[in-house]
Design a protein around this ligand. Structure first.
Ligand SMILES: Nc1ncnc2c1ncn2[C@@H]1O[C@H](COP(=O)(O)OP(=O)(O)OP(=O)(O)O)[C@@H](O)[C@H]1O
Ligand SMILES: [Mg+2]
Length: 375
């Protein structure tokens, strides 16, 4: 029998932040909805702006549901082209396209009895929407290139988007029937600016988290810093707060944080760019990430992969790490796996990940001109 590959670089989603920190009334409502969703097996649609905690909520629902002993697998629907997304979700048969050397299970099969978290579901093409709808209606999986065989999978779908889907439906970009299928339970997470009561507990939580992670004494916040943080508009929501907390932990270890220590945009109360996607600068400079890998011996999966999948790191950050690593290994990807503290068996998965997310670089350049900055 032919070996069957596991889906691409899909990993069981790591339970990140298994509690929802906050004390606002709005967050209490979300917490109640999570409990309610966890008790049922209905599909859930989680909406809210970027960085509000949609993925945290998805994890909580799975962790508290009766499916918690089965896997929860995550797919970012915006991160890959249609053909790849189809094969990731439904699997493919050997020979169905170049490079399809083996039969491969898709995510829906691999997560059987568990949950599939479909992030950025609003970005799916109309064709993929039709395929997803067919699966949701029949529970049947048809692998790419295998017209005859169908398998059934019992998965719960939890989807998330920061798009306003009704607007996309009106524009003819999202199927209304799919919307109603996904939207059995709808959880909306309000932006942080509408629940300012959560700022202090979140800040406290993240300062403790990063002080422990970086092994530095816990800093304290002065009243003027707290006032500025509470007055700020938080266009990047909790993710932005988390990033600022990490910077403050490194900047004022064990000290008192004053308003002057806060980033300019917080001090002046101006949002970075109002209409830009609420993605803020990387939490730590690339050098700090490299130090964690090269000096502290942490693995690429923890330092770069996880935050990248959570969109706390940009593609450029990952490319930078890879570029610096390849310069050291003179373009040798096998040596890079070792340098980045990964298991040698992770080689293929590492390359798949880099290719899928556009972070792969031709090794030849590093052989010809070691140390030279490329691109
Ligand atoms: N209430 C909360 N308590 C603790 N951590 C939180 C909370 N809300 C968000 N976070 C943290 O903030 C960061 C962003 O959260 P998350 O990834 O869930 O946002 P998101 O809504 O999925 O964003 P995007 O739309 O950009 O994918 C994560 O590091 C997450 O752990
Ligand atoms: Mg998310």
């Amino acid at each position: 029998m032919l070996p069957v590959d596991a889906p691409g670089d899909a990993l069981p989603s790591q339970p990140r932040g298994s509690t929802l920190i906050g004390r606002s009334q709005a967050l209490k409502v979300v917490q109640q909805e999570v409990e309610y969703a966890a008790r049922s097996d209905a599909k859930v649609l989680i909406t809210g702006a970027s960085g509000v905690g949609k993925e945290v909520v998805a994890h909580l629902i799975h962790q508290r549901s009766r499916r918690r002993h089965a896997p929860m697998l995550t797919i970012n629907c915006a991160a890959m082209p249609d053909t790849l997304l189809e094969s990731e979700l439904f699997g493919h048969a050997r020979g169905s396209f170049t490079d399809a050397y083996r039969d491969k299970r898709g995510l829906f099969e691999a997560a059987n009895s568990g949950t599939v978290f479909m992030d950025e579901v609003g970005e799916m093409s109309l064709r993929m929407q039709a395929l997803l709808l067919r699966f949701l209606e029949t529970g049947e999986i048809q692998r790419v290139g295998d017209e005859r065989n169908r398998v059934n999978a019992n998965v719960r779908v939890v989807a998330a988007t920061n798009r306003r889907l009704p607007e996309r439906i009106a524009a003819g970009e999202f199927r209304e029937d799919l919307y109603y299928r996904l939207n059995v339970i709808h959880i909306t997470i309000p932006p942080l600016r509408e629940r300012k009561d959560d700022v202090t507990p979140l800040l406290d939580h993240f300062l403790r988290l990063f002080a422990a992670e970086h092994g530095v004494p816990l800093p304290q916040c002065s009243p003027d810093a707290v006032a500025a943080l509470e007055a700020y508009d938080w266009p990047g929501n909790v993710r932005e707060l988390r990033n600022i907390a990490e910077r403050l932990t490194c900047r004022c270890p064990g000290g008192l944080i004053h308003a002057d220590d806060l980033p300019l945009e917080v001090r002046t109360g101006s949002a970075v760019v109002e209409s830009a996607p609420a993605r803020v600068a990387s939490p730590a400079p690339a050098q700090a990430l490299l130090d964690r890998i090269l000096l502290k011996g942490e693995s690429f999966w923890d330092v770069a992969y996880e935050p990248f999948m959570a969109r706390d790191l940009t593609r450029e950050d990952v490319r930078h790490l890879v570029r610096v690593g390849l310069e050291q290994t003179r373009g040798n990807y096998k040596a890079l796996v070792q340098l980045f503290n990964m298991d040698p068996q992770d080689y293929k998965r590492f390359l798949n990940f880099l290719r899928k997310y556009g972070c792969h670089m031709p090794f030849q350049r590093f052989r010809m001109a070691p140390g030279r900055e490329i691109e």
